[in-house]
Design a protein around this ligand. Structure first.
Ligand code: GLA
Length: 363
């Protein structure tokens, strides 16, 4: 552990997980944040493919927090108007986001799990370096019912997979939707945009949204739309199409309904960067994935600029996220898989970000 400062007297550290293939992940117990992720290209050259800041202060005081690399909870994604009802009681949550002028609750509220100091315990499992993080969210925190105990385990396998295992217990029924918000650029953080990356998503359907980015409630086929990533497409190929959903999302910022999700760990998405050859495969037990193409990262010339950890500016679409999760606004959408965790139950999910490199092109 490398000391990385403190937040209100609580020590914060950086924990490095490494594997034999040369991969390294630096994870902080502040927000359980993936601060850097060094991954080899097809020639073995390492690049840090995760966007992030250099110092803890930038994560902690940045007025504009884009949730770089952070764990998200208690409920990731949006809840319409910050309201939901459960067992006849109405709950009001902070509204901390307002797309299209419609206020909603986003990523756990004003102080979500991304802004908490977690207890950390590094360990080894079957030869892999791992980090267990613990956080207890008190009954009433951010308006949610029940004391929620959360354990997140990161481990870095010899196969190039950074695994994230989530576990949660509660003492009152509560919605729970945990994810990680890492922004990737497989060329390396700060190396331009991600529009040339090739993406595949294993989903025949998605959940279209209204102007507040809240699902309208239907599950619609992606076939014949710019949302169809069954075969690989450049992220930028159709992103400027005048498709209503792309206009509403200012690009891709939607939930894909993953095929064949029976709680088994299965491939959700694959992204390839053709020049470096780096490949990211995302596997998950979750039923959905929010594919976000970094549309809210600043446009060139915007002030103040957003400067990443190696001094390079982060610009519009300079990173993409694949946030594995249940569907947005699930507490208000009876037809979506339920987020409710009850006392006595254990909520478990697993997501893997698995890195490899495509074979060198022979000359
Ligand atoms: C999620 C949302 C986006 C945006 C980012 C954070 O991915 O879906 O709309 O709010 O978080 O900037």
């Amino acid at each position: 552990m490398k000391p990385w400062g403190s937040i209100k007297g609580q020590e914060v550290g950086l924990y490095t997980l490494a594997n034999a293939g040369g991969m390294q992940a630096d994870i902080s117990n502040y927000g359980g944040t993936i601060v850097s992720l060094r991954v080899p290209d097809r020639n073995g050259t390492l690049a840090d493919v995760a966007l992030g800041y250099r110092t803890l202060d930038e994560y902690a005081v940045s007025a504009y927090s884009p949730y770089f690399g952070a764990l998200i909870g208690r409920v990731g994604n949006r809840i319409a108007r910050g309201r939901f009802s459960l067992h006849g009681r109405d709950y009001r949550l902070a509204t901390n986001n307002e797309p299209g002028g419609l206020p909603c609750h986003l990523h756990g509220g004003l102080k979500g799990f991304d802004k908490m100091v977690w207890k950390a315990e590094p360990f080894k499992r079957n030869g892999a370096e791992a980090l267990r993080l613990f956080y207890t969210s008190a009954d009433g925190e951010e308006g949610y019912p029940g004391n929620l105990e959360v354990i997140v385990t990161y481990s870095l396998g010899a196969d190039g997979a950074l695994s994230i295992e989530y576990e949660a217990h509660t003492d009152k029924p509560t919605p729970v939707n945990l994810t990680n918000h890492c922004y990737f650029n497989l060329k390396g953080e700060g190396e331009g945009d991600i529009l040339d990356h090739l993406a595949e998503i294993r989903a025949a359907n998605y959940t279209p949204v209204d102007k507040g980015l809240i699902p309208v409630g239907t599950i619609e086929p992606v076939a014949g739309t710019p949302f169809d990533f069954a075969a690989p497409h450049r992220i930028g190929e159709r992103i400027e199409d005048r498709h209503e959903q792309l206009v509403l999302g200012a690009g891709y910022d939607h939930n894909w309904v993953l095929d064949g999700q029976g709680g088994l760990l299965s491939l959700a998405a694959r992204v390839t960067e053709p020049v470096s050859g780096r490949v990211l495969e995302v596997l998950t037990t979750e039923p959905g994935v929010q594919f976000y193409s970094g549309n809210f990262l600043p446009l060139p010339g915007a002030l103040p600029p957003m400067i990443g950890k190696s001094g390079k500016p982060y610009l519009h679409r300079g990173g993409f996220c694949l946030e594995t999760q249940h569907y947005p606004d699930s507490p208000n959408q009876p037809s979506f898989p339920s987020l409710i965790l009850n006392p006595g139950e254990v909520r478990r999910s697993v997501t893997q970000y698995r890195f490899s490199a495509s074979a060198p092109v022979s000359l």
